[in-house]
Design a protein around this ligand. Structure first.
Ligand code: ADP
Ligand code: ZN
Ligand code: ZN
Length: 823
């Protein structure tokens, strides 16, 4: 460059650091730097620590100190937009953390290459060496000998200093992978597929085969083969084995070499060819849906956020699809947020049926390279650009280039809240802000809206559209509460089940209908209790009891993972009289099998679905009626649409209601209504049976009557009277330290300082419900601000106090973090 001016860049690092850092751009790179590109910089006291940092600003103002140089530029084109960085900065300000914290979760792992990153050969690398350059070949050779190496060590070993651009290319070409991805237990998805043996490829051979089987009266084999041929388009495609009924007919066909079973890796980013698309125009909205659509689709000058309150199975998804279609046609982008993507493969498939390969799915369980690909295709302007981006909360961070509509489905769902680590954000609320940055419309949808969103709707801050009928004219299921105390007295209870529930299940099974049983885990997990001293074994690191896990015959802590073998005697008094208390999902599953030996029962909870694809397989099996009864935790309450579920049972509703939190009634109503909504979606005969010791409880009454408005009116009133959101804003400060004395002193000091600033808005410090986790003691201080107060300044004052605290003698290791809107 001719220009003699010296350039500087302010960069963001994906680390827990305040603000940006300034580096000097060497002359030979000055034409290459641009806002949103990654540059390699050295950071920290060790001269060999290198990071990829993002260019936030370019300027000519020399800093007061001698700045280091940018070492290289990683990207030809920006990988992050200015608007994204502004969004991160807003998030950091609002949720009281640093932009670097946001960047660390916002960018896919594959884009955060650093000298400390560990690199290995990609498990899918085909070993094709001819397409590698000289240095790439050297890297592959070293990694073959030392399977895991840091970038830094590779650089030394092959004597190339500027190695990061090289590694970046190799990651993108899936020759190598970064450690973060390996930690996610990268397993390529394998499935068994069936094909017809080659000798039966001709029509004549197939006919002869059928003649022969029919002649021998192998009707089961004939049926199966017919099914296979249909699904495979007469042998043209592979069919996954699990999609066909398992049994002896299948085994015989494989044994006799008629069907060939092969293990294949399923393609991970499945593209849908245009040919199997259903045109959106084929959706005909009914009157109520059309009215909601029109309300959501009118141009308001100021109002751009809407709540769609539609009862379960009213067809909210169809309304979303219509809304999305308009934006896609106009060339815009749509963000579709779901609470937990693993559970919503149904919605993904529905959207793909309409929008085909314009749909990108962003998933924290995807590998780094897949995530990088979705990232790039969101940013793309031409070929391969995604226009409909579907994901759980992290999809908020994608690099949109023309966002015009944001949909937040099941907006009430607690999993939209990120708990740990920072940024501790509420994705629904952040989505509303993101949409505002883009001038885009937001539609929040739910059958059981959060009190906050409904409050915004009735006070006119959000527009409101309502749907009160199930699609197809089906009625909501009949909800019955069973009084377990009374039933038990009268001898109508067997184990955990009332006769009412057992009869309903029996009847459903007799009609070849399916059943969902919901057992909420909280407080119900199995624990071991001593009959003599009544002690329950506790975790040594946390202040919680250990939970029994049958498969591993161990007691495990659900907070830190600590586990011990089941002890033979009581750790406290050495009595050998130990017994199990509580009812886990495993137990329900077992007991149910005794009542219904013929039924096919499956369980869906965290233990049974740890592996990546198990959710989908379970849901698939249930959808195709290879399972009769699905027993599960919260997971079974969410958004599922199955045709043949006629009975939903709630094994015990009481624990759900009696949880000490200002939201517990709201949550209980939501969960019970949502799980009820799974019944009778495609027919009138749905029944919901809720077992309880407290059948007259106001929440159960409201669930029975499907009385959302009544619930809202009560809750909204309580929130106002007891000074909770949406009338007040809460900020929760948590302090942690190994020693309770140190923690107490630090917490008292901080609370006193805060009291000085904010008076009686400050509550605490106090011990939270679980006051010790992973060997750290916890204390919390809560601050309550009125809605009308501008609290931006208060937030920065609090962050300054936290900085001051850790600088005090002996308190350097006190961790202080903030949780804004901690609910
Ligand atoms: P919700 O999301 O409100 O619970 P869904 O969108 O899942 O409801 O709709 C429930 C069922 O009704 C689905 O199987 C859906 O395909 C069907 N459905 C809803 N609206 C329509 C429509 N306009 N045309 C055809 N089918 C519809
Ligand atoms: Zn623990
Ligand atoms: Zn004991």
């Amino acid at each position: 460059m001719e220009d003699q001016e010296v350039y500087y860049v302010d960069v963001l690092l994906p680390l827990h650091l305040p603000g940006t850092y300034t580096y000097r751009v060497p002359r030979e790179l000055s034409g290459e730097v641009a806002i949103g590109k990654r540059v390699v910089v050295q950071f920290g006291s060790k001269s060999d620590k290198m990071y990829s940092a993002l260019v936030r600003r370019i300027h000519t103002t020399a800093p007061h100190w001698k700045s280091k140089y940018v070492l290289s530029v990683l990207d030809e084109e920006p990988v992050v937009t200015l608007r994204q960085m502004e969004f991160w900065e807003w998030m950091a300000r609002y949720y009281m953390c640093y932009p670097g914290d946001v960047m660390a979760v916002a960018m896919p792992a594959g884009m955060k290459l650093a000298s400390e990153s560990a690199i290995s050969i990609h498990p899918d690398f085909d070993g094709e060496l001819s397409r590698l350059t000289k240095y790439e070949l050297q890297i592959v050779n070293i990694l073959t000998e030392h399977p895991v190496m840091r970038v830094l060590d590779i650089s030394r070993a092959i004597g190339v200093q500027k190695i990061m651009p090289l590694i970046r290319t190799m990651i993108e070409r899936e020759v190598v992978v970064m450690d973060e991805e390996l930690r996610e237990r990268f397993v390529p998805r394998k499935s068994v597929y069936l094909r017809l043996a080659d000798e039966y490829s001709s029509d004549e051979a197939q006919r002869a085969l059928f003649d022969d089987l029919e002649h021998k009266r192998r009707t089961k084999q004939v049926d199966l083969l017919m099914q296979y041929l249909q699904m495979s388009h007469f042998g043209k495609e592979l069919v996954a084995k699990r999609t066909l009924p398992a049994g002896s007919a299948m085994q015989t066909l494989i044994k006799n070499g008629i069907l060939v079973a092969e293990e294949r890796i399923e393609s991970r980013l499945k593209d849908y060819s245009d040919s199997d698309l259903t045109p959106v125009s084929s959706i005909v909205l009914n009157d109520e849906q059309q009215r909601a659509f029109d309300q959501l689709n009118t141009k308001h000058l100021t109002l751009n956020t809407f709540l769609l309150h539609g009862i379960t199975s009213s067809g909210k998804t169809e309304v979303y699809i219509k809304l999305i279609d308009e934006q896609v046609r106009a060339g815009h982008q749509v963000l579709f947020l779901l609470p937990e993507i693993a559970l919503t493969s149904q919605i993904i498939n529905r959207l793909r049926r309409y929008f085909g390969d314009k749909v990108g799915v962003y998933h924290s369980r995807f590998s780094a390279s897949q995530r990088v690909e979705v990232w790039r295709r969101t940013m793309a302007t031409g070929e391969g650009r995604y226009q409909v981006l579907l994901g759980a909360r992290s999809a908020l961070f994608l690099p949109f280039n023309d966002l015009s509509l944001v949909i937040v489905d099941e907006e009430h769902d607690p999993s939209y809240k990120q708990q740990d680590p920072a940024p501790r954000y509420q994705a629904r609320d952040a989505a509303v802000y993101l949409a505002r940055l883009w001038g885009a419309r937001t539609v929040l949808g739910s059958a059981t809206p959060s009190v906050e969103s409904y409050h915004n709707a009735v006070t006119g801050k959000y527009g409101l559209a309502e749907m009160t009928q199930r699609y197809g004219g089906f009625s909501l299921p009949e909800v019955v509460c069973v009084d377990m105390k009374k039933e038990s007295k009268e001898g109508h209870v067997r184990g955990h089940f009332s006769d009412t529930l057992l009869d309903a299940i029996r009847e459903a099974l007799a009609h070849r209908q399916q059943v969902i049983l919901y057992q909420n885990r909280r407080g119900f997990a199995l624990r071991l209790e001593c009959d003599e001293c009544h002690q329950i074994p506790q975790c040594i690191h946390c202040d919680v009891s250990l939970v029994y896990h049958k498969a591993s015959n161990s007691l495990r802590c659900h907070y830190c993972g600590y586990s011990i073998p089941v002890p033979a005697d009581c750790p406290a008094c050495h009595s050998t009289h130990l017994r199990m208390v509580g009812v886990g999902t495993e137990r329900i599953e077992e007991d149910l099998q005794i009542h219904f030996p013929e039924a096919r029962i499956a369980r869906m909870d965290l233990d049974s679905t740890l592996q990546k694809n198990q959710y989908m397989e379970l849901l698939n099996d249930f959808a195709e009626r290879r399972i009769d009864i699905l027993v599960g935790t919260q997971m079974v309450t969410k958004g599922l649409d199955f045709e043949h579920v006629s009975v939903v049972g709630v094994v015990n509703a009481d624990n759900l209601i009696n949880y000490p939190n200002f939201r517990s009634y709201e949550r209980a109503f939501q969960q019970l209504t949502q799980v009820s909504g799974r019944a009778g979606r495609h027919g009138d005969a749905g029944r919901v049976i809720i077992q309880t010791y407290n059948p007259t409880h106001q929440i159960l009454q409201k669930v029975e009557d499907n009385d959302y408005r009544g619930l809202y009116a009560d809750q909204d009133n309580e929130r106002r009277v007891f000074r909770y959101p949406p009338y007040y804003r809460l900020i929760e400060v948590t302090l942690k330290h190994r020693e309770s004395d140190v923690l107490n002193q630090a917490a008292d000091w901080l609370a006193a300082q805060m009291h000085g600033l904010f008076g009686n808005r400050v509550m605490g410090p106090e011990y939270p419900l679980v006051s010790r986790v992973r060997a750290l003691y916890l204390k919390t201080i809560t601050v309550r601000f009125e809605r009308t107060e501008n609290i931006a300044d208060a937030k920065s004052l609090m962050m300054q106090l936290a900085d001051t605290l850790v600088k005090q003698e002996g308190w350097a290791r006190v961790a202080v973090h903030f949780d804004v809107d901690p609910y």
